[in-house]
Design a protein around this ligand. Structure first.
Ligand code: HEM
Length: 507
């Protein structure tokens, strides 16, 4: 009886605290705001003119004199102003942490992993991971993984459909499988085999996919209270999320246990390396899961949009082939070495140019800790979400000039040599103390994969002239299906035809 009364009291207390929190939350969001931006956001009328929310934001940011806008109903400041970006990511880094709202969203999946924490927990992991990732043997281990995945799986898979009538491949799916295999081998020393010729279903990949998708979906609810209540009562998407995370945990725990019973001193994967200094198995799991999340979808997204752009720019394909023939020899069928890649400035420029227009992380938010004023004069109240927007920044005339919407790798070259730009003008890998830890590794992976396919196949869109539509989430993912005149059409697919001189294929 006493137990039941206590349970009722608990539920009552929960609802009272939810109601009061909700009241304060609603007051803060200003749901009554009648400004043009908020009205368009609330009524979704922006979608009448723009295919993607990021395109609408880019339009607004281009129109704004300061390069900054406010969406009052979300209590969100969005900026594409490089001075503001430098200020929040570097100058006042301490005042713009990821913050509790973000950590709560990904907390069940990522725990205390580097991607999801601030303060000393972040500093400790950052130091440890930076040390490992700058190690030469770790870099060559990562490169070997990529090379072996391309040789033994990616090329055989594409060759298996090349020349076949109606032979189609969903390119995005292929790249997601590729990057999942690669990052799992790198992080855990585990091969899920997603890109084997039969394209098998991996239990781990499915659970991980579902867990990251549902976690990101939490950010789309009008108020965090909605998913928190669903989680409390274990309902709907929250129930599915709990089950998916449970499966990820079981697999990770088994793997860690297995490694604890094996001599891992000669193993190169991150998990084995971190095991030498960390005894807490839950913390270990959190650290490597963050790497899987950070290093998987970003690579797949960058490759998908790069090939989408290339399909319309045969001149860029030609220039990449010419450069690689010069560096590697035109008859060389092998993959480029580390040193050869370094000599290919045009390829480096093309990959950067592609991510300027289609950054894998389209926007990223921080939560302001203390009242502040941004360099452009925007007042930021404590607790406000401040978002920098690499997608919009790549489309700003004031940063990239009047041809900012054109795909022009040459803009990155000076006398044929690749030149870096100010990272706060191009925060595709973020910038400042929290810049992406896998930047160099990711660029090598992108270039190796892209070059191997460009040298062996011709790739074109199966349905040309389509615009890209993205699904909302942490990373830019192309919508797999889009509505077209009442029917559903595949948006990214590969069709393959063979030519006499080379394997030729179409996406
Ligand atoms: C094209 C490829 C990639 C892009 C565009 C990219 C972009 C980014 C961005 C924008 C962030 C900041 C996210 C945030 O703080 O919310 C980030 C962080 C991070 N990335 Fe990458 N990334 C890429 C590849 C990789 C790869 C391959 C790895 C793994 C080896 C990786 C590991 C990380 C880690 C660990 C962080 C967290 C760093 C920290 O919080 O200190 N990334 N990345």
């Amino acid at each position: 009886m006493a137990f039941e009364a206590f349970a009722c009291l608990r539920i009552l207390l929960f609802f009272v605290s939810v109601a009061s929190f909700y009241f304060v939350f609603v007051l803060r969001l200003k749901p009554w705001c009648s400004c043009e931006i908020c009205q368009s956001f609330v009524s979704s009328t922006w979608s009448l003119e723009f295919s993607n929310l990021c395109d609408w934001y880019s339009h607004l940011l281009r129109r704004s004199e300061s390069g900054t806008i406010r969406v009052h109903v979300l209590d969100n400041i969005i900026t594409a102003n490089p001075e503001n970006v430098e200020y929040m990511l570097n100058t006042r880094f301490d005042n713009y942490p990821k913050g509790k709202p973000f950590s709560a969203i990904l907390g069940d999946l990522l725990g205390k992993g580097i991607f999801n924490v601030d303060g000393h927990l972040w500093k400790f992991q950052r130091k440890m991971a930076s040390l490992e990732l700058s190690n030469l043997s770790v870099k060559s281990y990562a490169f070997e993984i990529v090379v072996s995945e391309i040789r033994s799986r990616l090329i055989p898979l594409l060759s298996s459909v090349a020349g076949k009538e109606n032979g189609v491949l969903d390119l995005q799916d292929v790249f997601r499988r590729f990057s999942f295999d690669s990052i799992c081998k790198f992080s855990f020393g585990l091969d899920p085999g997603c890109l084997k010729l039969s394209l098998p279903v991996s239990e781990f990949a499915v659970a991980f996919d579902l867990a990251s998708k549902l976690s990101a979906g939490r950010a789309l609810t009008v108020s965090p209270l909605i998913w928190k209540i669903k989680r409390f009562f274990n309902l709907g998407s929250e129930k599915k999320l709990r089950e998916a995370i449970k499966l990820v945990n079981v697999l990770a725990e088994e793997l860690i246990k297995h490694k604890r019973n094996t001599d891992v001193s000669s193993h190169e994967d991150l998990l084995s390396r971190f095991m030498a200094t960390i005894d807490d198995d839950k913390f270990l799991r959190d650290i490597v899961i963050s790497f899987v999340l950070a290093g998987r979808d970003t690579i797949a997204s960058a490759l998908t949009t790069f090939f989408w752009l290339l399909s319309n720019h045969s001149d860029v394909i030609l220039a990449i082939r010419e450069e690689s023939d010069r560096v590697m020899g035109s008859k060389n069928r092998d993959l480029a070495s580390f040193e050869q890649l370094r000599e290919m400035h045009y390829l480096q420029a093309a990959v950067h140019e592609s991510m300027r227009l289609f950054p894998p992380v389209q926007f990223d938010s921080k939560f302001c800790q203390e009242d502040d004023i941004l360099p452009d004069g925007t007042f930021v109240a404590k607790g406000t979400r401040v978002t920098y927007h690499p997608y919009a920044m790549g489309r700003m005339e004031r940063i990239w000039g009047p041809n900012c919407l054109e795909f022009k790798p040459e803009r990155w070259l000076q006398d044929g040599v690749f030149k870096q730009v100010n990272p706060f003008n191009y925060p595709v890998f973020q910038a400042g103390p929290r810049v992406c830890l896998g930047k160099e590794m990711g660029l090598v992976e992108l270039k190796t994969v892209a070059l191997s396919l460009i040298r062996q196949f011709d790739i074109q869109l199966a349905s040309p002239n389509q615009t890209l539509q993205f699904t909302p989430g942490l990373t830019a993912t192309v919508k797999k299906w889009f509505a077209c005149g009442g029917t559903r059409k595949e948006s990214i697919v590969l069709a393959v035809v063979q030519s006499k001189t080379s394997n030729r294929m179409q996406i």
